[in-house]
Design a binder for this molecule. Structure first.
Ligand SMILES: [Zn+2]
Ligand SMILES: [Zn+2]
Length: 340
C-alpha cells in the first residue's frame, strides 16, 4: 500500500510499504481523510508530540474511513462501516487506567505517534478504539473527531459558567473549535486574539464577539474597556510569549488553560504574585480521555462548524507540501485525501 513515512527530521516520503495484517481483536480501515495536526508538524520538525517518536513511522492520528476487514473476535463492527477512531490506545489494566485517569496509561500506544497512523491507504486499529459515525456525517468532518475530542477534554477542564467571559489566544483550527465550544458552554462573551486577518474573520463568522489583532491593537486596553472580568483564558498557540500573556490577561479567579503544545524544553516566566492576587487556576489538557464518542455526537448534531476550518485539501501524493509550505496551513486546517 501507499503511505507517507516519516524517516527523521524534515524527511517525510510517500512510498510503497508492506500491506498490514490484523489480529483477532483488530480491524483494517481503508482511510478516506486524515487531518494534519500541530503535533504532526512538531514531529516533522523533530520535536516529538505528546510522546517520543521513533522513525520510520507513518504519522497521522485524525482520520476517517471504512472498515475493510474485521478480526475473528470483533463483534461490534462490520466490513463497510463508516468510522473514525481514537488514536490513543490504553491498556485498561495499569494503575491509571483503573483509576479514571486512562490518558496517563503507562502502556499507551499512540496511533500516528508511536505506532503507524493514518497517512496511508490502510490502518490497523484495535476494534475497541473504533467508533461508527452516522451516514449523514461526511468523511472530512468525521476526521475532525479526534481534534474535537482533545478540545472537549480541554473545555471540560475550563469549567466555564453561563455568562462567563472567555479570551481565546490563537485563531487556528483549535482556537476556532474552542471558541465554538466556549459559546456552547454558556460563555456570554468570547474574545479572540489572532494576528492573521483571515482567521479573525472566520472567528467572527463562527460566533466570536470580538476578534482582536494583538499586534496592531492593545489587547489589555480592549479587555479593560470591554469586559468586567476575563473568567477564562484558553491559550491555543503554544508559544512562550502567548502563554505568559494568558496568565497576565486572566481576570480574577480565572482559569488559565495552556492548551497549545510547546517544545519540551521551553520555559515561561510567571509571577507568583499574579497567581496569588488573582487566585488563578493554571492548568493544561493532556490528550482526550472519555471524549471521543461525545465528539462524534457533537459532529453528528451539527452543533459545530468544522467545514469552515478546513482550508486546504490535498491528495496523499502531495502531503509533503503541507509540511514544508506554511502558507498551506496559514489560514486553517489541512486535510489529506487518501481515497474518495
Ligand atoms: Zn491532533
Ligand atoms: Zn493503562
Amino acid at each position: 500500500m501507499k503511505a507517507a513515512v516519516y524517516h527523521g527530521k524534515h524527511d517525510l516520503r510517500v512510498e510503497e510499504v508492506a500491506d498490514k495484517n490484523i489480529t483477532e481483536d483488530e480491524v483494517l480501515i481503508e482511510v478516506r481523510y486524515c487531518g494534519v495536526c500541530g503535533t504532526d508538524i512538531h514531529i516533522f520538525d523533530g520535536d516529538g508530540g505528546s510522546s517520543d517518536v521513533h522513525p520510520p513511522l507513518i504519522p497521522g492520528h485524525e482520520f476517517s474511513g471504512v472498515i475493510a476487514e474485521v478480526g475473528s473476535q470483533v463483534k461490534n463492527l462490520s466490513v463497510g462501516d463508516r468510522v473514525s477512531a481514537d488514536p490513543n490506545v490504553m491498556c485498561g489494566k495499569c494503575h491509571y487506567c483503573r483509576n479514571q485517569k486512562e490518558h496517563f496509561c503507562v502502556n499507551n500506544i499512540g496511533i500516528g505517534t508511536t505506532a503507524d497512523g493514518g497517512f496511508a491507504e490502510y490502518i490497523v486499529m484495535k476494534a475497541s478504539h473504533v467508533f461508527r459515525v452516522p451516514d449523514h456525517l461526511d468523511f472530512i468532518s468525521a476526521a475532525m473527531a479526534e481534534p474535537i475530542s482533545c478540545c472537549l477534554h480541554g473545555i471540560d477542564l475550563c469549567h466555564i459558567k453561563q455568562g462567563d467571559t472567555v479570551l481565546i489566544i490563537g485563531g487556528g483550527p483549535i482556537g476556532n473549535i474552542m471558541l465554538q465550544l466556549a459559546k456552547n458552554s454558556g460563555a456570554s462573551s468570547v474574545i479572540l486574539s489572532e494576528p492573521v486577518k483571515e482567521k479573525r474573520e472566520l472567528a467572527l463568522k463562527l460566533g466570536a464577539d470580538a476578534a482582536i489583532d494583538p499586534i496592531k491593537e492593545d489587547l489589555n486596553a480592549f479587555l479593560s474597556n470591554n469586559t468586567q472580568n476575563v473568567d477564562c483564558v484558553i491559550e491555543c498557540v503554544g508559544n512562550v510569549h502567548t502563554q505568559e500573556d494568558a496568565v497576565r490577561l486572566a481576570g480574577k479567579g480565572a482559569t488559565v488553560m495552556l492548551f497549545g503544545l510547546t517544545g519540551p524544553d521551553k520555559k515561561i516566566t510567571i509571577k507568583p504574585d499574579d497567581i496569588f492576587k488573582k487566585e488563578l487556576h493554571i492548568t493544561s489538557s493532556y490528550i482526550n480521555p472519555y471524549a471521543f464518542s461525545r465528539a462524534i455526537q457533537i459532529l453528528a448534531s451539527g452543533m459545530l462548524d468544522v467545514k469552515s476550518l478546513i482550508t486546504t485539501v490535498v491528495p496523499l501524493e502531495r502531503i509533503t507540501e503541507v509540511f514544508t509550505n506554511p502558507e498551506l496551513r496559514k489560514s486553517g486546517k489541512a486535510m489529506i485525501r487518501i481515497s474518495e
